[in-house]
Design a protein around this ligand. Structure first.
Ligand code: HEC
Length: 139
């Protein structure tokens, strides 16, 4: 009897594990073109730049990326793929400035993330300021 229930448990775990794997949505973040990936932030970092970016961030980004940058904003509940945690230093070290900038300008995969592109709303210079702001979550 014990062995039977153990067998059942294993089977159940396999079934649940499997359906979990097929339900989970894969992250499909587009990769920026090479010339962007090698770019350094052309805007000099200053308190004024961070202040200006803070206003844009509060206005357009905080509802998803969160006030602390942890990606747990109120508007992320229905999203299949959540924003990354920008307070995670190890993770952020792997994402080049140009990749951050390019996704803010052009957006990510809209089917799963609702991360639209902002090139109609912000200039490229403003977006580089936002990149500074995002970097400041994991100093
Ligand atoms: C509706 C929710 C939502 C809003 C609003 C939003 N984002 Fe996002 N954003 C996301 C999600 C979800 C992702 C993850 C996309 C992915 O992994 O492909 C993302 C990805 C990103 C990325 C790509 C970095 C990475 O994780 O690879 C950057 C940079 C970014 N967002 C910045 C911003 C900025 C700046 C704003 C405001 C101008 C903003 N986002 C507004 C949901 C949002």
């Amino acid at each position: 009897m014990k062995i039977l229930s153990l067998g059942f448990f294993v089977l159940l775990t396999l079934i649940l594990g499997h359906s979990g794997a097929t339900l989970a949505t894969e992250r499909k973040t587009p990769i920026a073109p090479e010339e962007f990936l090698k770019m350094k932030n052309p805007v000099a970092l200053s308190p004024e730049v961070l202040e200006e970016a803070a206003d844009m961030y509060k206005d357009k980004c905080v509802k998803c990326h969160g006030a602390s940058g942890n990606g747990k904003g109120s508007a992320t509940k229905g999203l299949d793929v959540k924003p990354r945690d920008y307070t995670d230093k190890t993770l952020m070290a792997k994402i080049p400035d140009g990749q951050l900038c390019w996704i803010i300008l052009n957006g990510s995969d809209l089917d799963t993330t609702d991360m639209e592109g902002y090139k109609k709303k912000f200039t490229e210079e403003q977006v580089w300021k936002l990149v500074h702001y995002i970097r400041a979550f994991a100093p």
